[in-house]
Design a protein around this ligand. Structure first.
Ligand SMILES: [Zn+2]
Length: 254
């Protein structure tokens, strides 16, 4: 009864809010219609999709640097692209629901690529505590929640995937990497993570979740520190990544 009443109050409040502040497309500003969420159908259709086949250009960033099985993303990072707008709002405008939304799209990609049934644990790339405190949340954790929801809906006779946020801690509050070249970025992130309670990762298949992969150095630094854990298999899911030939350097302030 209480549940029904609170649900009724929630939907009533939402309807009133929708009347006062009608939801608009995050990318183009058009009013959203029934059934649309975060972005309008037009923008959803125009959201450029990454090639996620084996050997894709996100995976290539890890070749020879970290032993990953597969890596997938939603859309390559381009100037003025829909994914750039979404990531900006997620990180700097407190639009947390965009994180869940991107996570659900990533879960569909993982299912399409037949990676979903492999995953045991999801680890969002940690933020330094100071940055998390300032922003109020870790955007990669929100994406991870969206992925876990999507994957667990499709689980068949298997344990649900869990999100693990306690095993890796970011020790260095890396300054904004915008102006650094590849080598400088690598030096900047080496030893940036400290691992704890890694026994629960033994023999597990782990999906690492990030919002933007630029050079891959941050992720590689974390993956590198996991090398000594026996029997683990590593996967990567990122909302977006900077394609190899792109002259664009996003603001990677985490
Ligand atoms: Zn739109």
């Amino acid at each position: 009864m209480i549940k029904k009443t609170s649900h009724f109050i929630f939907s009533l409040t939402k309807r009133l809010l929708d009347l006062t502040f009608p939801p608009v497309c995050e990318a183009c500003g058009r009013l959203l219609v029934e059934g649309e969420h975060i972005i309008c159908t037009h923008c959803f259709v125009n959201l450029q999709r990454s090639d996620n086949q084996q050997g894709n250009s996100l995976e290539q960033k890890f070749w020879g640097r970290a032993p990953i099985e597969r890596a997938v993303s939603i859309s390559p990072f381009m100037k003025g692209s829909i994914i750039q707008i979404l990531i900006h709002s997620l990180k700097y405008k407190n639009r947390k629901e965009i994180g869940f939304y991107l996570g659900r799209i990533l879960s569909e990609i993982l299912i399409q690529e037949h990676i979903d049934q492999d995953i045991d644990i999801i680890i969002p790339i940690p933020l330094h505590w100071r940055r998390k405190k300032k922003r109020g949340y870790n955007q990669s954790e929100l994406i991870a929640i969206g992925i876990a929801e999507g994957l667990n809906r499709h689980r068949q006779n298997r344990e649900p995937v869990t999100i693990e946020t306690k095993c890796a801690q970011r020790m260095v509050n890396t300054e904004t990497q915008t102006i650094k070249n590849g080598e400088e970025r690598w030096k900047n992130v080496q030893g940036a993570f400290q691992l704890k309670n890694t026994e629960k990762l033994l023999g597990k298949k782990i999906l690492f979740v990030d919002d933007v992969v630029t050079t891959g150095s941050t992720l590689i630094s974390l993956l590198d520190s996991l090398r000594q854990i026996q029997g683990i298999c590593l996967y990567v899911a990122s909302a977006t990544y900077v394609p190899p030939s792109s002259p664009i350097v996003p603001n990677t302030s985490r």
